[in-house]
Write a protein that binds this ligand. Structure first.
Ligand SMILES: *[C@@H]1O[C@H](CO)[C@@H](O)[C@H](O)[C@H]1NC(C)=O
Ligand SMILES: *[C@@H]1O[C@H](CO)[C@@H](O)[C@H](O)[C@H]1NC(C)=O
Ligand SMILES: *[C@@H]1O[C@H](CO)[C@@H](O)[C@H](O)[C@H]1NC(C)=O
Ligand SMILES: *[C@@H]1O[C@H](CO)[C@@H](O)[C@H](O)[C@H]1NC(C)=O
Ligand SMILES: *[C@@H]1O[C@H](CO)[C@@H](O)[C@H](O)[C@H]1NC(C)=O
Ligand SMILES: *[C@@H]1O[C@H](CO)[C@@H](O)[C@H](O)[C@H]1NC(C)=O
Length: 546
């Protein structure tokens, strides 16, 4: 399939490639199948290395313990919730709750790592399914299972929290025990700082491998380009716009949750046409918090800033509870009404494995994760959501920047493969044509930054703007010209080479600026956080189904 695709690609240009893409998409569907649970006896040692600075490679034995009993299938009947799990904001937790969660993690950390319920085995679930611990089953070649960078991200992590919470509750004999969520998006009630409960040194939920700047006194910047001297108001507005662009305008399942990932897909060796596509929630604020929390004094940004070690920090589970909560908010609480998750059978039937509170292995599917309430999990409503839901990013421009950009020599860039591979340096601007036909009302206008490639040796972010030619690392991100940020967490081994597509809804931005009638736009990309080389293969604006 891949080889056919390459041969075809070399023969086609322009419009023709569209037809071929469609044909390939159709062909690809015929043989498609959902991801299966890998053969757990075929574990490979995961690794993480940091080529920047003195070379260091850490090897992780993330192999999962295999219990004696058989793997069971999840059913709502068997795992019927006896009580609701109501997750609350971490910064509002009572001393009584803090004592309880500390006790639960203390007991979990005391279990031997051969026990699937142990903290080590729990952490290894994340490491092994992100860092190439297991090859996919039932496909040819050694293709790693990967639960990030695609539509699997949200359901996999929901299941992960579900069983983790049940294990903690069972260890302290409290079936109603609930995780807390780190409400980092809350810009009014103090959620946008590290919750104090996680900073108490030598408690079981403390982790010394954290950024020393992550303190209850510091507002968390969700944007990668926040300058040290930015006032709190500026940071807050950037944070609100980040949330607004990731949650409110990323309204489709694909834009928010991520794109297709089926059995046999190799996210570490893709072509521009099928490059992985992660959702706005994952690539934006989720990755941003991982980076921000990891310890910059360690070369691999341990623990939170590296997939291999992230879930060794108990704050991981509070971070992901907020991601899971935001999935619910995205689905049910947006001004445009209920939103829809993926319905593709290869999404619904994707399989994962976890340990339940007895240490038994359980096979689950993505489809059973789609209704949080059915799993007994609820989130306490927080008013601070309204602030970013209703954020009105103010435009800082009001006429098309295209004439000025043409005059100063900004180049045109078309869709892949018209312009080959373009090195975008630290910042790059291009003029991009919009579709000639009028947008049908059931579609969204979407910018696709195609075939993004880089090495994930260091953290970096790609920030996109419209109508600001010459946008650079200090360009503010609180305005309507800001499209979004793609945060890249360092990774090595099979994941070292990043190949991705990045998409942003842009119709809302254009309307706010007042350039929705223009035929061409200026798109700018800024690389922040490192001097790494980033290349793209095209810029394409088209209409996608709502
Ligand atoms: C990547 O895919 C191509 C085409 O399928 C294959 O020839 C090549 O061996 C793969 N490379 C790696 C590193 O797996
Ligand atoms: C922040 O510092 C940069 C230079 O480091 C300067 O250009 C900028 O004007 C400063 N911003 C504020 C708000 O003081
Ligand atoms: C457009 O922006 C320019 C420069 O900021 C300003 O001088 C002008 O008044 C604005 N025009 C309108 C119609 O808002
Ligand atoms: C992209 O291709 C077009 C058409 O050949 C050309 O005019 C333009 O300069 C190219 N842009 C870049 C950045 O190479
Ligand atoms: C890059 O950013 C600098 C500083 O903002 C700006 O002067 C320059 O024009 C930008 N270059 C491009 C190609 O956009
Ligand atoms: C990028 O390189 C320049 C010049 O070598 C250096 O001053 C700067 O600190 C580097 N930036 C990052 C983020 O590494």
């Amino acid at each position: 399939m891949n080889m056919e695709l390459k041969i075809l690609r070399t023969k086609v240009h322009g419009l023709f490639s569209y037809l071929i893409t469609v044909t390939i998409a159709v062909l690809a569907c015929v043989g498609a199948a959902p991801l299966l649970i890998p053969d757990l006896t075929k574990c490979e040692i995961a690794s993480a290395s940091a080529p920047a600075g003195p070379p260091v490679t850490l090897y992780f034995n993330c192999c999962l313990p295999i219990p004696d009993g058989p793997m069971v299938d999840f059913s709502f009947e068997k795992y019927k919730p006896t009580t609701k799990h109501i997750r609350r904001a971490a910064h509002t937790a009572s001393e009584q709750y803090i004592a309880k969660i500390n006790k639960a993690y203390e007991l979990m950390k005391a279990l031997p790592e051969t026990d699937g319920r142990s903290f080590q085995a729990q952490a290894n679930l994340h490491c092994s399914f992100c860092n190439g611990g297991y090859p996919q089953r039932g496909v040819s070649g050694n293709i790693p299972v990967q639960v990030h960078f695609s539509w699997l991200f949200l359901p996999w992590h929901r299941w992960y929290l579900y069983f983790h919470e049940r294990i903690l509750g069972s260890l302290i004999g409290d079936p109603s025990f609930s995780l807390v969520f780190w409400n980092w998006d809350d810009q009014i009630n103090g959620g946008n700082r590290v919750p104090e409960m996680f900073t108490r040194v030598s408690t079981s939920i403390y982790d010394s491998n954290r950024n020393p700047n992550v303190q209850p006194s510091t507002v968390i910047p969700l944007a990668a380009t926040t300058a040290a001297n930015d006032s709190e108001t500026i940071v807050t507005n950037k944070n609100l716009n980040n949330m607004y662009q990731s949650m409110v305008t990323a309204s489709t399942a694909t834009l928010f949750m991520g794109g297709a990932y089926r059995a046999g897909d190799d996210l570490t060796n893709a072509t521009v046409l099928n490059a992985p596509f992660g959702g706005a929630i994952e690539n934006g604020v989720h990755n941003g918090i991982h980076f921000y929390t990891g310890d910059p004094r360690t070369q691999l940004l341990q623990d939170m800033g590296n997939f291999a070690t992230a879930s060794r920090d108990p704050i991981f589970y509070a971070h992901h509870s907020n991601i899971d909560r935001l999935w619910e908010v995205w689905r049910y609480d947006m001004p445009d009404g209920e939103r829809f998750v993926h319905t593709d059978p290869d999404f619904l039937n994707a399989e994962f494995v976890f340990y339940d509170e007895t240490g038994q292995m359980v096979r689950v599917t993505a489809k059973d994760a789609l209704d949080s309430k059915k799993l007994g999990v609820y989130y306490k409503k927080v008013r601070s959501d309204d602030l970013w839901i209703n954020y009105n990013p103010p435009p800082i421009t009001n006429v098309s920047a295209v004439p000025a950009a043409i005059a100063s020599g900004v180049p045109y860039v078309g869709e892949s493969p018209l312009n080959g591979t373009i090195n975008i340096g630290t910042n790059f601007s291009a003029i991009v044509k919009r579709p000639a036909e009028k947008k049908p009302s059931h579609k969204l206008e979407v910018l696709n930054i195609q075939g993004v490639q880089a090495l994930r040796d260091e953290f970096f972010a790609i920030i996109a703007f419209v109508n600001i030619p010459g946008a650079g690392p200090t360009t503010g991100t609180a305005s309507a010209e800001y499209l979004g940020t793609f945060n890249v967490i360092p990774a090595s081994g099979k994941n070292r080479h990043l190949m991705a597509n990045i998409k942003y809804e842009i119709g809302d931005n254009l309307k706010r600026i007042g350039i929705e009638k223009e035929e061409e736009l200026v798109i700018s990309l800024v690389v922040a956080g490192s001097n790494t080389t980033v290349t793209i293969e095209g810029l394409k604006i088209d209409y996608e189904d709502k």
